[in-house]
Write a protein that binds this ligand. Structure first.
Ligand code: AMP
Ligand code: GLY
Length: 423
């Protein structure tokens, strides 16, 4: 079977690496891909939200399965586009339909879903430009810190956590009245602050059946000790040591099962990954957010631990026979460390040559913002590559990643030296 993966990050390189190992995969395409995917697949330059261009690639290359990496095409309805097209309707698309992708596309939609299905989450109210003053009054009833969330997609930047009441009111006005996050902040969700440690739970569903994949924890801040600006993610660990069997069964009973049942009750067609962002408050899980795709860099530790043939698993998702699959997970811990361009997540330079890749031993290198130029691998984004390692413990795994990172170089290379510090 010929397969297409949409996206260009470390997540997509990892999916490609896993798919390429399947005997069921004949020709693999990644659009647009990066230097890593170009070594194991054919890169096709296109924008992941240009559905007509995707259609052309699918028809031209006789593609029978499309795996959607990032959220944008899902929220814009790429799966529905395939179903509505006579020539594409039988192509298996891994990723939810538009109505279900609203779980990530709108924070308010997600909060309503969580409340409707009695899934534990922070209390909230939502506001728009006509109710700014009511929003300010609501803030006065809360204790700091104040959590403000732009309703729509804001590339991971739409959440503000503020200690000062006046600042919170000013930001609320900036979001609603001055469109601080463009149309994403036409509505704002104000939430109760939850104090605890975060983790992510990944679930794969065919809309009826589900499988829980390994947990992971990512490190979002640029600075050591979780300080400084938010990034797309600087590293990850799987499994999460504090997610023991007892806690996992709480997650399954209180969150996963009601989520899958809720999708069915609400008629939200879902064939794909559900990424559940959780926070452990005391000993109980609360949902912070849903994403309708895999996380990046969580994928770089979750998929390497999956022993199954991923194409077989995806076929079961497409055919709604996921109940017939037994998921097998590697017992070892996996860690990944993201190498980033100096300056990221603010302005940074691109085009820096990456050297030392041939010296890596015993780790997996997943390219993200990296491309081939004049025969050399050069940086092309803020997050450049993720170095994944296995170990009996996460400490052993992380040591291996850092040893291999010592062999890599590019101008102004930066990374966090404390991944896993809080576990
Ligand atoms: P989100 O985009 O909804 O995942 O939020 C981004 C980050 O903000 C999360 O990863 C949490 O660290 C933090 N956050 C979001 N909501 C809350 C909350 N209600 N209480 C505490 N922290 C939160
Ligand atoms: N690592 C967080 C995300 O993929 O959204």
């Amino acid at each position: 079977m010929n397969i297409l993966i949409l996206g260009s990050g470390g997540r997509e390189h990892t999916i490609a690496w896993k798919i390429a190992q399947s005997p069921s995969c004949k020709n693999l395409f990644v659009a647009p891909g990066n230097s890593g995917t170009s070594e194991i697949a054919t890169n096709v330059p296109l924008s992941v939200t240009d559905f007509e261009a995707i259609k052309e690639v699918v028809l031209k290359n006789d593609i029978k399965m499309v795996i959607v990496g990032p959220e944008d095409p899902l929220v814009l309805g790429v799966h529905d586009f395939f179903l509505a097209d006579k020539q594409l309707k039988d192509v298996a698309v891994i990723g939810p339909q538009k109505a279900a992708a609203e779980l990530e596309g709108s924070k308010e939609f997600a909060k309503k879903f969580l409340f409707r299905h009695n899934i534990p989450t922070a209390a909230y109210e939502s506001f728009d430009a006509n109710t700014v003053e009511a929003g300010c009054n609501f803030l006065e009833t809360l204790k700091p810190p104040y959590v403000l969330k732009a309703d729509g997609l804001a590339a991971g930047k739409g959440v503000l956590i503020l200690n000062d009441l006046e600042e919170a009111k000013t930001e609320l006005r900036a979001m609603l009245v001055d469109a601080k996050f463009g149309s994403a902040s036409t509505k704002v969700v104000i939430e109760e602050f939850l104090d605890g440690i975060e983790l992510s739970c990944f679930v794969l569903t065919d809309g009826k059946n589900y499988k829980i994949l390994p947990t992971a924890k990512d490190y979002k801040r640029i600075g050591e000790g979780d300080t400084g600006l938010n990034t797309g993610g600087m590293g990850a660990v799987s499994p999460v040591p504090f997610a023991d069997n007892e806690f996992m069964s709480k997650i399954q009973e209180r969150v996963v099962i009601p989520t899958i049942n809720g999708l069915q009750k609400d008629n939200l067609p879902y064939k794909g990954f559900v990424f559940i962002g959780l926070i452990k408050v005391g000993n109980d899980p609360f949902v912070i957010e849903y994403n309708v795709r895999l996380g990046d860099p969580e994928t770089e530790v979750v998929l390497p631990r999956l022993k199954n043939d991923l194409v077989e698993v995806f076929q079961a998702v497409a055919n709604q026979t996921l109940n017939e699959i037994t998921i097998e997970i590697d017992d070892r811990a996996a860690t990944t460390v993201m190498l980033v361009s100096g300056g990221y997540p603010e302005a940074y330079e691109k085009g820096k040559e990456i050297t030392g890749l041939e010296n890596i031993e015993g780790s997996l290198v997943f390219h993200a913002g990296a491309n081939v130029k004049d025969g050399k691998v050069v940086t092309s984004g803020g997050r450049v590559m993720a170095i994944t390692s296995f170990g009996k413990t996460y400490q052993e795994a992380i040591k291996k990643s850092y040893q291999n990172i010592d062999k890599l170089h590019f101008d102004k290379m930066n990374y966090r030296k404390d991944i896993g510090f809080d576990l």
